[in-house]
Every structure is written in structure tokens, then in C-alpha cells.
Design a protein around this ligand. Structure first.
Ligand SMILES: C[S@@+](CC[C@H](N)C(=O)[O-])C[C@H]1O[C@@H](n2cnc3c(N)ncnc32)[C@H](O)[C@@H]1O
Length: 264
């Protein structure tokens, strides 16, 4: 896993040309992907519909690669990293967990195995990856844990109960999301978070100009996301201990804001 590079602007022409010169063998694949994405964007101008189409195309080719793992070993290792981190932060079997953008349960199967039956709830915008997620449940023999896997059209979470989830987790989801999608999540996640609950998400961090590549990969400054969470009365903190792990993204934890005490 490459070290985090938080200064480069991957959308800049200079960067793209230099990258192409360093990796000429990757150029044909990039050209095909650029053309495919342009076509999908033309057909689905709405971001969620567009990204759902990207996932449909990628999942048909290989569900593990669709969630970002080129090999089975990487798929297992990336899931283990997410699971070990949350376990180290106190994830208990009795906790109720919501995974936003659960994919094909790269980490989800480990959460499901750890949690009490019925305590895992996964949502995703891609019905195709959720079908692959069901395959993971079968392969890992987790049917008796009765996980819920539900497609969503947005992140208002309005069909979920208030103050229900102790842990909300979104790994490598906001790295594929424009700011309005993240803002929608922040506007609503506080309602479903249980008292004392937390919401962890990863993001592609830049310390330079915020940018995106093909509207598939989005790079944000930490302070942008922290301020956006605070706008909705949430507290957000950068997770330094995640930085030590061999992963290209950074992590922020969101909790209920500290309420002003009631005047006596
Ligand atoms: C890179 S994959 C990661 C999947 C999983 N979190 C993991 O670590 O294996 C991103 C997933 O997020 C889903 N996704 C992207 N945008 C989403 C959104 N706005 N709401 C819910 N899911 C989303 C995609 O369909 C995809 O399954």
C-alpha cells in the first residue's frame, strides 16, 4: 500500500502526464475507464445513479475488485484491518452496527460474525454489490447471524429508527462521494446514532486543493469535513492512530456534539 500523498493534485494535467510517462502500461486501461465513465455520466447525471452504474459495471467483472481489492488476499487483509481497528476501539457483540456502503462485506462478514444475531445492518447504493454480499454471507456460513442488507437511494437514513446504532462505519465510501452526499449523511446520521455512539468514516485526504478524478475519487481537506459535521451539531475528530496503518486513506470519527448544559 503506497504511503499517503496528501499534496498532489491528481486531477492536474501535469500530474496526469507525468504519471502516464512513469506508467505507460496503465494508459490504455485509464483511457477505457475514462470513456466508460463519460458514457455513464452522460446517461446518469445524478451522482448516486452514476456511481451505481460504475459499481454495476465493476461488480460484473469482479466484486472484490469493485470494492477496491485486486486480489483475495488484499480483500481479506483490508477487511481485517477495519475489523481489528474497531475491535480495538471497543466494538462489542451487543452493539448495533450500521455499515454505510457495505460493498460485498469485505469487513462486514467479520462484523457480522462478531456481533449478536440481527445486530448488523448494511446499506449500499448498488444492488449488484449487495447480491455479491449475500454470496459472502453464504460462503462464510453466517446465515444464522441474520444480517440485514438493504439498497438505498440516498443517505437520509429515514427508514431507520432513532438513536438505534452504537457504531456507524463507512470505509472508502466518502472517497467516492461529492460533498453534497457527505453533507446529506451528516445532516441525518445524528438522528440514528445511539447516545454515546460513534460514526467512523475514511476519506482521501489532501492538504492542497480539493479535487476529484473522473468523479470516482474525491480528495478533501480534513478541516472541510470537520466543519461540515459541526454544521449539523456533530463533533468530528481526526483519528491519528489510523494513520499508522498501511492504508492510503485517513479516518474521522463523528459523535454527538457536546450539548450546552441547560440553564438551572
Ligand atoms: C470502495 S467500496 C467499499 C466497500 C466496503 N465499505 C469495504 O470496505 O469493502 C465503496 C462502496 O460504497 C458504496 N457507495 C458509494 N457511494 C455510496 C452512497 N452514497 N451511499 C451508500 N453506499 C455508497 C459503493 O456502492 C461501494 O459498494
Amino acid at each position: 500500500m503506497p504511503a499517503k500523498n496528501v499534496t498532489v493534485n491528481r486531477a492536474a494535467l501535469g500530474h496526469r502526464l507525468a504519471y502516464a510517462l512513469r506508467h505507460p502500461e496503465r494508459v490504455p486501461r485509464h483511457v477505457v475507464r475514462t470513456a466508460r465513465d463519460a458514457w455513464l455520466r452522460y446517461r446518469s447525471p445524478d451522482h448516486v445513479a452514476y456511481y451505481r452504474a460504475v459499481m454495476r459495471s465493476d461488480t460484473r467483472a469482479d466484486p472484490n475488485a469493485a470494492v477496491g481489492s485486486s486480489t483475495r488476499e488484499r480483500w481479506l487483509a483490508l477487511g481485517e484491518m477495519q475489523f481489528d481497528y474497531l475491535l480495538g476501539h471497543g466494538l462489542l457483540p451487543e452493539h448495533r452496527m450500521l455499515e454505510i456502503g457495505c460493498g460485498n462485506l469485505r469487513a462486514g462478514w467479520r462484523f457480522i460474525r462478531h456481533l449478536e444475531p440481527g445486530h448488523y445492518y448494511g446499506v449500499d447504493i448498488s444492488p449488484d454489490i449487495l447480491v455479491a454480499a449475500q454470496e459472502t454471507v453464504v460462503n462464510m456460513e453466517l446465515q444464522r447471524k441474520l444480517p440485514t442488507l438493504t439498497p438505498v437511494g440516498d443517505l437520509t437514513l429515514r427508514f431507520l429508527p432513532e438513536a438505534h446504532f452504537d457504531v456507524v462505519h463507512a470505509h472508502s465510501v466518502f472517497s467516492h462521494s461529492p460533498l453534497p452526499v457527505i453533507e446529506e449523511c451528516f445532516a441525518h446520521v445524528g438522528r440514528i446514532l445511539a447516545p454515546g455512539g460513534w460514526f467512523d468514516f475514511t476519506f482521501d485526504r489532501t492538504e492542497g486543493e480539493e479535487h476529484h478524478v473522473l468523479r470516482e475519487d474525491f480528495y478533501y481537506r480534513t478541516e472541510t469535513l470537520v466543519a461540515l459535521a459541526e454544521k449539523y451539531g456533530l463533533t468530528a475528530r481526526f483519528m491519528d492512530d489510523w494513520e499508522k496503518l498501511p492504508h492510503g486513506q485517513s479516518k474521522i470519527r463523528v459523535t454527538h456534539g457536546v450539548r450546552e448544559p441547560h440553564p438551572a
